[in-house]
Design a protein around this ligand. Sequence first.
Ligand SMILES: NC(=O)c1ccc[n+]([C@@H]2O[C@H](COP(=O)([O-])OP(=O)(O)OC[C@H]3O[C@@H](n4cnc5c(N)ncnc54)[C@H](OP(=O)(O)O)[C@@H]3O)[C@@H](O)[C@H]2O)c1
Length: 317
Amino acid sequence: MAETETMNAIRYHAHGGPEVLQYERVERPKASAGEVLVKVHAVGINPGDWQIRSGLAGDAFPLPYIPGWDVSGIVAAVGPGAERFREGEAVYGMTANSAGCAEYVTVPESQLARKPEPLSHIQAAAVPMSAFTAWHALTEQGQLKPGQTVLINGASGGIGHFAVQIAKLNGAKVIGVASGRNEGFVRELGADEFIDYTVTPIEQLPLAADLVLDTVGGAEGDRLLNALKPGGSLVPVTYGQYSVDRVAERAVRILPVRLLQITAADLERLSQLFDEGRLRVVIDTVVPLKDTRQAHERSESRRTRGKIVIEVCQQAQ
Ligand SMILES: NC(=O)c1ccc[n+]([C@@H]2O[C@H](COP(=O)([O-])OP(=O)(O)OC[C@H]3O[C@@H](n4cnc5c(N)ncnc54)[C@H](OP(=O)(O)O)[C@@H]3O)[C@@H](O)[C@H]2O)c1
């Protein structure tokens, strides 16, 4: 195959630990109808990348598999019927079938928008899935209203650091939960109160939140129910264990976890917030494409502050 028909990518042929990630030459994709071929400058990491790699999603994603959903880059070509973008434009968005950890990827034009002017490609690649999930959980599912109190569990993470800012933009009072090392960070994002979960058990505090956003999940979900006032709602963005009895006893609601598909309109709404300087993205770590393994290891540690991004092309800054 000619050099111009192939590209560098990160790919795996079997599920497993970070060691299954291989830096390989693979076939370069071509834009089909309604798609845009993006020369990838940067790709954002999400916990879903290593969850799928570990095999948690079973066979839902066929092997061999190129991870990476959130991309920022330059339009290299447009497919038949794709009319919104021209070659050379800077764009960001979410792919339909991952494959972002590569020099080129195809993206439906319906899941792309022009890159926000103030953001570098590295910053823009960190935005789509996390910021949209935070926005959707708070304003669409949670129906957050000005003056309400929201508790954000995991306030320093990829979703959480956007959620703190979006809740404040919506006029809410924000209680952020993370470990003590992140207190300054979470308060600086706008949180009114901070709880260090390593020191203070949430279930022992006299809290009365209208809404809880749980980005952590797991076995300790029930503790969060105590933070809600009767009639309040908990929106989980990942799977947690909440007992039916406790939910009934507390007269609260658990909303379902939704797996979301972003649209161009969602991206444009986020772009406007960045363009106006009302939302910011915080980058934890940047690693080159060939070292994607390190990015997965860092994300898997669950200690990320903000977002981890892979730099695919030197002009990503
Ligand atoms: N539904 C969807 O469409 C969707 C989309 C994207 C992601 N997700 C899921 O949402 C979850 C969160 O994603 P993310 O990107 O925000 O994760 P992340 O960036 O890895 O979250 C890391 C943060 O979580 C905090 N944390 C860890 N354990 C905690 C605990 N016990 N209590 C409170 N905070 C804790 C950490 O703070 P400390 O270091 O201070 O502990 C860290 O800052 C993942 O499971 C992901 O798969 C769902």
